[in-house]
Design a protein. Structure first.
Length: 265
């Protein structure tokens, strides 16, 4: 049949053309038969989010009172504020907000600037930031990063996630939060252990994720961009007060009836 000429009854070329058009429509390239599929989104997510907002309305979680956004000197020049935000983020890894806040307060009492940290010896810096988690490593990272900021960025911090994650001791979550808090720019979702855990419990990811960075990519595929900045603050406080890592307080959670993990935990 493939050898028929254009004038031969059956016109196979036309039928082939019709098939290719049908395929184009299916892929959303044509104007046609089947509407494009709606993007994936989790069941009940809008209702779950609204209820989490209700549970967070009192703003009395540790992150609200002592989170990184509360740790810098708001009266300092913009460049100094941004540096203090980055330092608070570096200290906050594997550390409770209360401990980070206290360490930042001690640093600020000594005048927390790029130059003051460069002039400080490692032993003194260690004594000030102790007992933040992994404080010995953080002393080294802070000294290295501060030197880079002085040499490469004129004492300011980078304004892109790509450059921020190149700094010693700065991971993706810190970089995205630095963009949010220091630069008021939303380049992505900041995913820490709370956001990672809760996103999996609520099944806000298509399939279970093992690492926060996987969770960030999965959330950014469907969550409306205007919620990216808010989601970290909401879920961190929710994770600190209600959706705890161990023994979550499901009986106190407004989402108990629509949370996929509530009955199992």
């Amino acid at each position: 049949a493939g050898s028929q000429t254009p004038g031969t009854p059956g016109v196979p070329r036309q039928s082939r053309r019709r098939k290719s058009l049908a395929i184009a429509y299916e892929q959303g390239q044509g104007g046609g038969a089947e509407p494009p599929q709606a993007p994936w989104e989790p069941r009940h997510w809008r209702e779950q989010l609204e209820r989490i907002r209700d549970m967070r309305s009192s703003r009395d979680a540790p992150v609200d009172e002592m989170g990184v956004q509360k740790c810098y000197d708001s009266s300092a020049p913009p460049q100094v504020r941004r540096y203090q935000v980055l330092l608070a983020l570096m200290l906050s890894s594997q550390t409770k907000d209360q401990v980070t806040s206290a360490a930042m307060l001690r640093l600020r009492r000594r005048g927390l600037t790029v130059d003051s940290v460069l002039q400080m010896d490692e032993e003194t810096l260690g004594q000030i930031i102790y007992p933040v988690g992994f404080w010995r490593n953080k002393v080294k990272y802070i000294k290295q990063t501060t030197a880079i900021l002085k040499q490469k960025y004129g004492g300011d911090i980078p304004s892109t996630v790509e450059e921020l994650v190149q700094l010693p001791g700065v991971g993706p979550k810190m970089a995205h939060l630095a963009m949010h808090i220091a630069w008021d720019s939303v380049a992505g979702i900041a995913v820490d252990t709370h956001v990672h855990r809760i996103s999996n419990r609520l099944k806000w990811v298509k399939k279970e994720t093992k690492y926060p960075e996987e969770t960030r990519v999965a959330l950014e595929e469907w969550l409306p961009r205007d919620l990216w900045k808010e989601i970290n603050w909401l879920l961190v406080g929710f994770g600190q007060q209600t959706c705890l890592p161990v023994n979550p307080r499901c009986s106190q959670c407004l989402n108990q009836d629509i949370c996929p993990a509530a009955k199992r935990l």
